[in-house]
Unconditional design. Sequence first.
Lengths: 96, 514
Amino acid sequence: MSSDTAALRSLAQKRWRMALTLSAVMVAIYFGFVLLVAFNKEGLGTLIVPGLSAGIVLGALVIVLSWAVTWYYVRWANAHVDDEIARLNQSNGGAQ
Amino acid sequence: MTGGTAIGEPNTTAIVFFFIFVALTLSITYWAARKTKSTEEFFAAGRSISGRQNGFALAGDYMSAASFLGIAGLVSLSGFDGLIYSTGWLVGWPVILFLIAEPLRNLGKYTFADVVSYRLRQTPVRIAAAIGTLAVVAFYLIAQMVGAGNLIRLMFGLTYETAVVIVGAVMLAYVLFGGMIATTWVQIVKACLLLGGALLMSVLVLAQFNMNPVELFAAAQEKYGEGVLAPGALISSPWEAVSLGLALMFGTAGLPHILMRFYTVPNAKAARQSVFWATGLIGFFYLLTFVLGFGAMVLVGRELITSVDAGGNMAAPLLAEVIGGTGLLGFIAAVAFATILAVVAGLTLSGAAALSHDLWVSVVRKGHADHGEQLKVARVATVILGIVAILLGIAFKGQNVAFMVGLAFAVAASGNFPAIVLSIFWRKSTTNGMVACIIVGTLTSLLFIYLSPTIQVDILGNTDALFPLRNPALITIPLAFIVGIVVSLLKPEPEALQAYDKKERQMILGVPAE
């Protein structure tokens, strides 16, 4: 039972660490963009080519990065969390 | 005819498509009604929805007419500024995925109050959470119903009141008879229609610009100046930008009708997959709104857009007419109508869950209500909410309700989100702390919005506002967290502390056999 609890605790911590890290990454990405909008309006208006400003590229990039971070988490959780949950549920057997 | 557009006249294509949609969704409802025999089926579709299906349904619940018509309009009138909303409305989804989706699925049954009240004293937490839920649902419903009335009046030539009653009645048929199963499938059908319609329009727009969005943006720049590609006047101060960003990012994770959808899937893994799908679909949709907004700016022109509706809400339908004639206009009008119907259905169902599951079954009956009674109460609550939605829609006729969605997000971000996060992550959170957190977050965001320029200057016509920010999230989110933490620390709750280990186990492992 105690090794089971220890395994659960370490799984919980592993998951929360990843969840909090990726949340921080998302906050950094989005508020990086918002702070640029707030404090560097000219910079975002800079044209890279005619018709394409830095702001539009960064805006689209926020959306694409949101996908990327989501994809990374799902891949990580599918590979590292699900098996362990199944194992813990198995060893927990009829206890529930 | 309003300046060369068929908007405002009855459109045969729109009416035909609308009847096809209603006929299709009502047959889904008929099929769903025969499968809806228990409360679990009524509120959670028997937990039988797959991750991908739920992803489409989440996208359907989230992509309201406000985001389709509103963002396209905003981009068409202000260019880049509209994109601040497009991105903000997406970035809440990864947060839901990392922090909320899986624990929520593992800990709860029908409402987010299940998660907050787990290991705490039921009655006070349930009442507080129901207040948070109903406040968000009411503001969101008002915005949707008033939007529906105006939209349908403009597009189908019906009176405002008729339009509101039709939306209320059809929506009630879905929810009352088909419960969550019907609502889910209505959302899926609507998500496909909306994405398909937006994609079709984007391709038709880009076809005029060599399939190159940059050429489209360049044409917009040529027509209205470089300013359309840079941040402009919409965000008046840096603090305003940050505060709006906070509300958009964390508000999504406190919307009860979104959170409720995680109970419709069989397990945490499926909940995770569904957010992945939803994020992809919603992000794709918002990328399309770039094209639609700038397309309307160039191909329709700002003058015509504002002459039909000063707020720009008719930009997307006008664009459809320009690129595809009255046929495409009719199709897009019907899609917008379907969009509103589906969102209203989702909102009503989550409000009904708060009334029946949180207030009636858990508070009034202390959990001792048999299944027949639960289902009956759920249906009564649905009817009450449907009637309230219609009455609110009529009561707010002619009011500027654009700020209502902002209000819903502010309350969700300041009241519901902090309580969910603290109760999941923080061992020492207590009943008093969570109740204080929800109540303070909800009330202060309402108070600050009342004191803000949105109400004081724009609506009441005063020259000055006591509270400078249009969006209070910058103050109210931290405040709700601090109140929740301080109140919890002031008077520890030993029973709750002891029960955390059990909660953590269930949060990670789920309930193997339900």
